[in-house]
Design a protein around this ligand. Structure first.
Ligand code: GLN
Length: 542
């Protein structure tokens, strides 16, 4: 039977519960344990796929095509856990299932209630993840903050689970904030006391308090928190601010967190070995030999979380090349106003990420033209590939106003368009091309040289596709279609020959990149960006 760690959050949101959970997973794996992680999100959307990035940040996609919370991205980047649609449980999903059962008559005439029916459904969904698998520890992160109305059924469910499972089978870790008041030069423990108090009112007693702090906690502060929150002083674990999220597992290890977890859950495991992580990730992060400047041109640039996996994958690519990454975030609408040169001159590589809708599209196209003409390494992802195709059609193939039918329904040259089956789709939820698809690489193409394989699987999240009617013409002008999904002959990767690095893909390679296993496309993109040493004005040449 697996053991469970329930992670809750108090005081404020954005405390890094996801990274704390992922780090716990990493620490347990480093002791030879097999872990999986679950994120419970108390919102009523069935999944975040229908939410705007301003509301939710990035939507992370798993191999099985689930549109999930971005914390699952942290879980996969830090651990070896293979996550699926079952690893993200939302209130929407739970109610959808309970209401469907009620309509089928499964409840045999009973009044269907939050307790026990909703809580039972939550518990079953949590337990289901480890069924039939050799999992030692399941880490369950409850989204939101203790005290939120919508989080209550999840907290009640984990309270019941802990009771059912028994002491050595489940523990609660509460992640909280210890604010530092500059003017008084003091840290404050009161908000934490309150949030632990609220947890206790609903019957949950934390075993470990993980304290996010700007200022390292003194022995007295730890003792005070321990006393008021009813835990041992050694169970008050400081989680100081760090420069890189990849340092978090080591900091938590230094504070004795994994040792404590192993003891509380009575886990039988090996000695911890984090040397690979320390040598391949942290050393490179802490003392890089070089620096690389990459511009990311998108429309959600102001938001930290909208392109989370992209930024992380760039960091991984930089780690692979022993370089420090300097990201310049460029709003594509600014390029529309002032031109590309103003924002992109001096960038050693340009990345255009995915996105939806018309806003900022023309700026992205200008950025891509700039990268192509000036021979600056370019990586386009999803919408970034689609806009690269539009740019090439307009400026190289001379197809005026070529476009995607997403932005111009009646374009004469719809170089990106919907497949017939997508035209029939009525619901917008979970109806895109989603999850892992095979991609065959063209022999001796740049993509083939980068991947060093002929067949890869990459994750998708889009509706529109390259329109094969234009393939011949574009090939004639120098575009190489180097990755194809065999079923339906769908274009997955395009590239240009007379360019140091111009690759764009319809899928999202960023979802499969890890700090200790950088994605080959990102590693190669950074490598070329480093060697082409910045902006060199070149002839207009595709
Ligand atoms: N909007 C485009 C489509 O639906 C691209 C999606 C994306 O970049 N994820 O096909």
């Amino acid at each position: 039977m697996p053991k469970y760690i329930f992670v809750t959050g108090g005081v404020v949101s954005s405390l890094g519960k996801g990274i704390a959970s992922a780090s716990i997973g990493k620490l347990l794996e480093s002791r030879g344990l097999k872990v999986t992680l679950i994120k419970c999100d108390p919102y009523i959307n069935v999944d975040p796929g229908t939410m705007n990035p301003y509301q939710h940040g990035e939507v992370y996609v798993t191999d099985d095509g689930a549109e999930t919370d971005l914390d699952l991205g942290h879980y996969e980047r830090f651990t070896r856990a293979k996550l699926s649609k079952d690893n993200n449980i939302t209130t929407g999903k739970i109610y959808f299932s309970v209401i469907s059962k009620e309509r089928r008559g499964d409840y045999l005439g009973k009044t269907v209630q939050i307790i026990p029916h909703i809580t039972e459904e939550i518990k079953n969904n949590i337990k289901k993840v480890a069924y039939g698998r050799k999992i030692d520890v399941v880490i369950v992160e409850i989204g939101g903050t203790v005290g939120d109305i919508e989080g209550l059924p999840f907290l009640e469910a984990i309270r019941q689970l802990r009771l059912e499972l028994g002491r050595e089978y489940a523990i609660n870790i509460h992640v909280t904030l210890i604010p530092y008041i500059k003017t008084a030069d003091e840290i404050k423990t009161k908000p934490t006391q309150h949030s632990v108090g609220t947890l206790r009112e609903i019957g949950i007693i934390p075993d470990i308090i993980l304290c996010r702090t700007e200022k390292h906690l003194s022995k007295e502060a730890k003792d005070k928190i321990a006393l008021f929150c009813n835990v041992d002083s050694e169970a008050v674990i400081p989680a100081d601010d760090v420069k890189s999220i990849y340092e978090v597992p080591l900091n938590l290890r230094n504070e004795g967190l994994d040792r404590l977890i192993v003891r509380l859950l009575n886990l039988k495991c090996e000695d911890r070995d984090l040397s690979a992580w320390e040598n391949t990730v942290l050393k490179k992060l802490q003392s890089p030999a070089k620096q690389v400047k990459i511009a990311v041109v998108g429309k959600y640039i102001a938001l930290q979380d909208a392109y989370k996996s992209i930024y992380e994958a760039l960091v991984h690519g930089a780690i692979a090349n022993d370089a420090e990454l300097i990201i310049k975030r460029v709003d594509s609408e600014d390029i529309e106003k002032d031109g590309a040169k103003k924002y992109l001159e001096g960038s050693e590589g340009i990345l255009v990420p995915g996105g939806f809708g018309n806003r900022g599209i023309e700026g992205k196209i200008q950025a891509i033209a700039y990268a192509r003409e000036n021979k600056i390494p370019f990586l386009g992802i999803c919408l970034g590939m689609q806009t690269a195709v539009i740019e090439f059609a307009r400026n190289v193939c001379r197809l005026p106003r070529a476009n995607s039918t997403e932005f111009s329904k009646n374009s004469r040259y719809p170089v990106i368009s919907l497949l017939e089956e997508q035209k029939k789709v009525k619901h917008i939820g979970a109806s895109m091309r989603l999850g892992a698809y095979a991609c065959r690489l063209k022999l001796a193409s740049k993509a083939h040289r980068v991947y060093k394989k002929t067949k890869v699987y990459e994750r998708h999240r889009h509706r529109y596709e390259f329109n094969n009617k234009f393939k011949g013409l574009m090939e004639k002008h120098g575009m190489v279609f180097s990755g194809i999904h065999p079923k339906g002959n769908l274009v997955e990767i395009i590239e240009l020959k007379k360019h140091p690095f111009f690759i764009a893909c319809q899928f999202h390679p960023e979802f499969k990149s890890k700090p200790d296993k950088p994605h080959p496309l990102f590693a190669a993109f950074i490598k070329t960006s480093l060697t082409s040493s910045g902006y060199v004005p070149g002839p207009k040449n595709a």
